[in-house]
Design a protein around this ligand. Structure first.
Ligand code: WTA
Length: 684
C-alpha cells in the first residue's frame, strides 16, 4: 500500500473550482487571496471567516457544549448514558466497553436490544403511530407516505415472510434494491429477526454482486424488477439472475419488488414477488432483543487491494452512536423537523442516516428515488419546498453540480424551511461551502461538514450547529466521545499548523468489528500502521486553531462523487480484458466529482488499437465488471508505465500527467525515458 503524505494533488483537489473568496457572505471579511492551486494550502490554514450560530438557534439546540466536557471526563460513561437514553434495551448492559483484546472491541456488554423495535414499535407504543416516518417521492412523480404505525406493520410482514423462507438469526441476506421504501423495510426486517443484511449498491454489476453474495454466503436476495433513471425504466433483476447463474452460491430464494413493471425472467421455485410473500404475511411479529454485539450488517467497501472488504457492524454501539450523532449534529427536533438525506441505501450513509438513526430518533424523513435533474434541474428544491424539508444532508459533488447549473434554479423555490445543512463523503471546498450556505441556506442555516467512513459507522468529526462557529471547508472538531488526532510518520501528534495522517486513538461505539471472514486483514489494514491507533487512510491538517481539515486519501482509494473505489479494483477489471497487458489507474482532481478516474493502459502486442473504439470497449468492460460508476472518465493508451526498480508503478507521476502538471521527480524510475514516451504518445 502506498502511504505517501498528502501531496499537491490532494491539496489541489481541496482548492476545488478555484473560485475566490471575494464573493464571501455579506458582512464577513473576505480573504483577499484567490484560492489558486499553488497557494490553496495557505488559504486553508488562514481561513478567517467564522459563522457562529444565531442566538435563537443556540438557545433551542438539543445538545450543548457540555457534552464535550462530560465525554472527556469519562468516555465510556458518556456513551453508556447515550445508550440508555436513546435506546430501549430488553436487557441492560453490565459494562460500557470491553477493550481487553484490541483491536476487537465490545460495547455495552451483556445488553440485549432490537434495532427494529427501537426504530418502530416503541414509537407506536409511545403514541407516535400517526407521525410520518417516510415521505417517498418516486422519480416518475408517484408518492407514498408511511406513518410509523404503517411502517411497523410492513416491517413485521417482511420479517414473517423472510422467516417463512427459512431465514434465521445470523443468516445473511443480500439486498440489491433501488431507493424505495422496501429497501428500508428489508433492512429493518433483517435486523428484527437477527439476519445480517449485506446491501450491494444498485449501480454495481452482476459480477460485483456475485462476488459479494458469495463472500457473505447469502441465503436470500431481495431485489426489484428495476427502477427509473432520468425518466427511463432501468433494470435490476437481470443482474441478479446473472449473478446466480453459476452454481456454487448459497442463495435459496429471491424476493422481487415490482417497481417499474418491466418484464423479468422468472425462476420458478426460487423467485417470489414481494407482493405475494411480504404482501400476504401477517402483521403480528414480536421482536426479541439481540445481543449488543450481534452482527447487524456487512457492507462491502473498496480497500487498497482489488478485493472489496466486507465491513462488519454490530448492534448496540452502532445504534447508539448513529442516533446520538444524528440528533446532535443535525440538531434534530423530531416533532417539527423534516429531514432529508439524499444518500442511496447502497452506501453507508444510507444505512446510518436513512435507515437507522432517523427512525431510532422518531424523525420524519423524505426519500427520493431518482436523479437531481429528473425531470428538471430544480427537482430537489421542488421536493424541499413541497415537504418543507428543514435538514438537508448531501454530498459536495451534488453541491458543485448545482453550482454549475446556476443559482437561478434554486431561487425559483421557497427554501425558507431549511435550518441545517449537512455535507458528507469528501472534502467540501470553501467555495462550494459558501455557495451552499448563501444559495441554499439563506445565509443563516449552519453547515455541518461531517467526516466519517463505512468503517467508523457513524459521524466522527463535525461541528455542533448550536455550539461551534463554523468555518468554510473544515470539518473542525471531533464529536464528543471521539478521540481523533493527526499524527506524523512516527505516530506523534502534530502541532497546530501542521499536517499528517488522521488517526483515531480510542475505540468508539460504532466502530467496525472486523472484516467479514478476515480478522488478519482487519488488523493489517487499520491497526498496523501506528501502534494502538486506528489508521483511517486520510491525510489531514490541524490549522492554527486546532481545527481539522481533511485532505483526501493517502492510499490507493479514490473518491469519485463521494463514492469509494479502489485503483487496484479498476486495474484488475482492465487487465481482465483480452486486449490489455497492463493498466494503472489514478484519481485526478475534478472540479465536479472531486476526483475522476483516469486509466493508463498498455495494450497487448497482438491487440489492434482502434483508437476511440478501443477506449469505448474498455470503458464498457469496466462497467460490466464493476458497474457504471467505475467507468474511467479518460483512458489513455500508452507504450509504457513508469515503474520503480522494484517494479512498483509510480502513480504520483501518472497523476501529474492526468492533472496536466509538469511531471515531478522521476529519478527513482527504472527507465527514466518512460515519462517522455508517455508524453509523446499523448501528443499523437
Ligand atoms: C472521505 C462515507 C472529507 C474520506 C461516509 C473517507 C470525507 C472516505 C468526508 C470514506 C468529509 C467522507 N470530508 N472527506 N466530510 N466524509 N470523506 O466509506 O476520504 O464511503 O475516508 O464513507 O470518504 O468513504 P465511505
Amino acid at each position: 500500500m502506498s502511504q505517501e503524505m498528502p501531496g499537491s494533488a490532494a491539496i489541489a483537489a481541496r482548492a476545488g473550482s478555484g473560485g475566490t473568496h471575494a464573493d464571501a457572505a455579506a458582512g464577513q471579511a473576505p480573504s483577499d487571496q484567490p484560492a489558486r492551486q499553488g497557494d490553496a494550502f495557505e488559504n486553508l490554514l488562514h481561513e478567517d471567516r467564522r459563522f457562529p450560530p444565531s442566538e435563537e438557534f443556540a438557545a433551542r439546540a438539543v445538545v450543548t457544549g457540555a457534552d464535550y466536557a462530560e465525554a472527556d471526563a469519562d468516555r465510556p460513561a458518556f456513551w453508556a448514558r447515550q445508550a440508555r437514553e436513546l435506546l430501549t434495551w430488553d436487557q441492560d448492559f453490565t459494562q460500557a466497553l470491553d477493550w481487553s483484546t484490541p483491536p476487537f472491541a465490545k460495547w455495552f456488554v451483556g445488553g440485549k436490544v432490537n434495532a427494529a423495535y427501537n426504530a418502530l414499535d416503541r414509537h407506536v407504543e409511545n403514541g407516535l403511530g400517526d407521525r410520518v416516518a417516510i415521505y417517498f417521492e418516486g422519480e416518475p412523480g408517484d408518492t407514498r407516505t408511511y406513518t410509523y404505525a404503517q411502517l411497523t406493520d410492513e416491517v413485521k410482514k417482511a420479517a414473517n415472510a423472510f422467516e417463512s423462507l427459512g431465514v434465521a438469526k445470523g443468516d445473511r441476506v443480500a439486498v440489491y434494491l433501488p431507493m424505495i421504501p422496501e429497501a428500508v423495510i428489508t433492512l429493518l426486517a433483517c435486523a428484527r429477526i437477527g439476519a445480517v443484511h449485506s446491501v450491494v449498491f444498485g449501480g454495481f454489476s452482476a459480477d460485483a454482486l456475485r462476488s459479494r453474495i458469495e463472500d457473505a454466503e447469502a441465503k436470500l436476495v431481495v431485489t426489484a424488477d428495476g427502477t427509473y433513471r432520468r425518466g427511463k425504466p432501468s433494470a435490476l433483476k437481470p443482474a441478479v439472475d446473472d449473478a446466480l447463474a453459476r452454481d456454487g452460491h448459497t442463495v435459496r430464494n429471491v424476493i422481487v419488488v415490482k417497481r417499474n413493471g418491466q418484464g423479468v425472467d422468472w425462476h420458478e421455485g426460487r423467485d417470489h414477488w414481494w407482493e405475494d410473500t411480504v404482501g400476504a404475511a401477517s402483521t403480528q411479529h414480536t421482536a426479541v432483543g439481540h445481543d449488543s454485539e450481534h452482527p447487524l450488517f456487512i457492507l462491502y467497501t473498496s480497500g487498497t487491494t482489488g478485493k472489496p472488504k466486507g465491513i462488519l457492524h454490530t448492534t448496540g454501539g452502532y445504534l447508539t452512536q448513529t442516533a446520538y450523532t444524528h440528533r446532535a449534529v443535525f440538531d434534530l427536533h423530531p416533532e417539527t423537523d423534516v429531514y432529508w438525506c439524499t444518500a442511496d441505501v447502497g452506501w453507508v450513509t444510507g444505512h446510518s442516516y436513512v435507515t437507522y438513526a432517523p427512525l431510532i430518533n422518531g424523525a420524519t424523513q423524505v426519500m427520493y428515488e431518482g436523479t437531481p435533474d429528473s425531470p428538471h434541474q430544480g427537482r430537489w428544491w421542488e421536493i424541499i419546498e413541497k415537504y418543507k424539508v428543514s435538514i438537508l444532508y448531501t454530498a459536495p459533488t451534488a453541491i458543485r453540480t448545482f453550482m454549475k447549473w446556476g443559482k437561478d434554479i434554486p431561487a425559483k423555490y421557497d427554501l425558507a424551511s431549511i435550518r441545517v445543512l449537512g455535507s458528507v463523503g469528501e472534502p467540501i471546498n470553501p467555495e462550494a461551502w459558501m455557495w451552499y450556505r448563501e444559495v441554499i441556506g439563506g445565509n443563516n442555516a449552519p453547515i455541518v461538514d461531517t467526516w466519517w467512513q463505512t468503517e467508523t459507522g457513524a459521524q466522527m468529526i463535525a461541528p455542533l450547529p448550536g455550539v461551534t462557529a463554523t468555518k468554510p471547508g473544515s470539518a473542525q472538531t471531533p464529536l464528543p466521545g471521539i478521540a481523533v488526532d493527526v499524527v506524523d510518520e512516527q505516530g506523534q501528534s502534530v502541532p497546530n499548523g501542521s499536517g499528517g495522517y488522521l488517526v483515531i486513538r480510542e475505540p468508539w461505539p460504532a466502530m467496525l468489528r472486523g472484516i467479514w471472514g478476515d480478522p488478519q486483514r482487519f488488523k493489517d489494514t487499520y491497526w498496523s500502521r501506528f501502534e494502538n491507533m486506528y489508521f483511517a487512510g486520510d491525510g489531514a491538517k490541524k490549522d492554527d486553531d486546532g481545527d481539522i481539515w481533511l485532505l483526501g486519501r493517502v492510499d490507493d482509494v479514490m473518491n469519485i462523487s463521494g463514492h469509494r473505489l479502489s485503483t487496484t479494483e479498476i486495474e484488475s477489471a482492465l487487465v481482465s480484458h483480452p486486449a490489455v497487458a497492463e493498466a494503472a489507474v489514478v484519481g485526478a482532481a475534478d472540479t465536479t466529482t472531486g476526483q475522476a478516474i483516469v486509466a493508463f493502459v498498455i495494450l497487448r502486442g497482438d491487440a489492434v488499437d482502434t483508437g476511440d473504439a478501443t477506449v469505448q470497449e474498455l470503458r464498457n468492460h469496466v462497467g460490466h465488471e464493476i458497474g457504471p460508476i467505475a467507468k474511467p472518465k479518460t483512458i489513455l493508451i500508452v507504450p509504457e508505465l513508469p515503474k520503480t526498480r522494484s517494479g512498483k508503478i509510480m502513480r504520483r507521476l501518472l497523476k501529474d500527467v492526468a492533472e496536466g502538471r509538469d511531471v515531478g521527480d522521476a529519478t527513482t524510475l527504472a527507465d527514466n525515458t518512460v515519462m517522455q514516451q508517455i508524453a509523446a504518445s499523448l501528443k499523437k
